[in-house]
Design a protein around this ligand. Sequence first.
Ligand code: 8X3
Length: 253
Amino acid sequence: MSQIAFITGVTSGIGRATALRLAQDGVRLILCGRRADRLKALQQELAGQTETYPLLFDVRDRAAIEAAVAALPAEWQAVDFLVNNAGNAHGMDPVQSADPSDWDAMIDINVKGLLYVSRAVIPGMVARRSGHIVNMGSIAGKETYPNGSVYCASKAAVQSITDGMRLDLNPYGIKVTAIHPGMVETEFSVVRFKGDTERAANVYRGMTPLTADDIADTIAFVLSRPPHVVLADIVMYPTAQASATVVNRSGKS
Ligand code: 8X3
């Protein structure tokens, strides 16, 4: 029986690219998202490539997550890979004037949502004494930048939670990885700037950002290492980026 990956946030960006990439490796996919139409379309796209099982929930809804995981059919319960991808930035404003509801969204999705999903899935890995968790961090968790305090804090939390998982799950042979991308062009900036596509496009002006496929390739690589190898912490920049705030916009890389 082939391996099973449980991926959150599959209806766009890195999550969707990861589903498509792991399907190429014959991994069976539990596709988690909150947009039913996109989830169905992805399932149809993957038909014939691998088996999929859709789970419709918002990672903020702990009861829905617990119910969905508890109701997985027997043949979908032995999750090998948990990819905690769901996450977003909401707004980019100074702490003194940011909208607190943006803070709520980022902490609820990026931090609490990741924890709720993990809490539902990890006990099965512990019981089976096997599994691999990949958490989507960000360079924002390594380096705080202006107007990003709470997004950066949410990704710093992902770093700490990842490190804590690795410690707690060490006795059970479970691997834990964090991937920290810099600039990746997906719907990320459009969501961050609340639909302002011009402002979002300007983020990537004069440089070549990473793509969702670049991150998905790395996830596939991480998950395919031999049993005794774990890539614990990976920072990925586009070549044109050297830090959260240093970006070469000459268009040459
Ligand atoms: C995405 C990278 O630099 O916009 O997490 O925070 S950044």
